[in-house]
Design a protein around this ligand. Sequence first.
Ligand SMILES: [Zn+2]
Length: 234
Amino acid sequence: MKVKMSNLKEIKEEICEVGHRLWQLGFVAANDGNISVKVDEDRYLVTPTGTSKSFLKPNMIILINGKGEIIEREDERYRPSSELPMHMRCYEERDDIKAAVHAHPPVATAFAIAGIPLDSYTMPEAIIFLGSVPIAQYGTPSTQEVPDAVAACLPDHDTMLLENHGALTVGADLITAYYRMETLEHFAKLTYYARQLGGERELSQKQIADCLKLREKFQVPGRHPGYKKYARKG
Ligand SMILES: [Zn+2]
């Protein structure tokens, strides 16, 4: 099914809105970060390289195919994000992924730099919407190392830290992927504060299992790493 031009315009506007929010929240500095959306089977909208997300406008968003080739762009000056292979790998690995957001939210990125995964189950929202957050192994930006490291986390995770770099979230739509980025940074802050206060306390196995039941009730799309360990029957 092909998405109509009018819908492409709406998706471009939504990408800009998300870019503006990422910048307002301090999740990206200068030209950091990139956003992509799978429009239909072989068409993707991606943000341009070398552009602040605060200045993002719909005419800067580029339409590409699955090979990363440009199908259409309103302004010839813009080229797709240098992290495009990381985004395309997400869509290759999982059919359910329709959007990906990459940013450097400072507290979550500090955990990524310190090499500390956000893998404790301490608060319901983070358990329900993120699960544990692993660290994808470091790769030199723009190389194949990054997509390979991300691919290793994708079977069980929609949210991950990128070692010594930043964070990546994916979702069944752009807003879901974006909210995961917000939830990640919030959870990273809370974990950091809790550790200043003597350390977080994890919920019990039963409490975690009950959170996972809520996740099912809310019909949260995507993958969750906790099911194998915590999900209970009945
Ligand atoms: Zn980055």
